[in-house]
Design a protein around this ligand. Sequence first.
Ligand SMILES: [Zn+2]
Length: 149
Amino acid sequence: MITIPKVLLVGLISSKNLSGYKNMYEITVRKTFSAAHTLDIGGKREDLHGHNFGVEATVASEELDADGLVLDFRVLKKWVNEILDDLDHTFLNNLPAFRNTVPTSENIARFIYDRLEENTSIMGLKISRIAVWESENSKAVYTKNHSGS
Ligand SMILES: [Zn+2]
């Protein structure tokens, strides 16, 4: 009779491989939206201006589903589109979401993260990060530390 060491059993149950590392898969979709904002920076209000914002949403999972996917790309695109539809061609400062929060790229990333989490949490998926580009060379990222969960 073969006895399996308890240490190995624990490792199998927690889905760790033998080297002690967990598998992690990520998928990312990219979308754009156009919107205007004005920010107070260093006590000075900027002129009203617009950006073609780029958004990257990255979702992670330790396991793949029966189809070998973290999540169908089309589903993630649909979720992100629904959020960006509320931002596209708006004056961001006037939206309820930014009434008490300045619409910087950082805060836009957090807004998208929180909205997307309403869908991903139901599916047991984690959002790795949301990145928002204000221009081709300027990106802000929002993420949450999951280490406590
Ligand atoms: Zn700007």
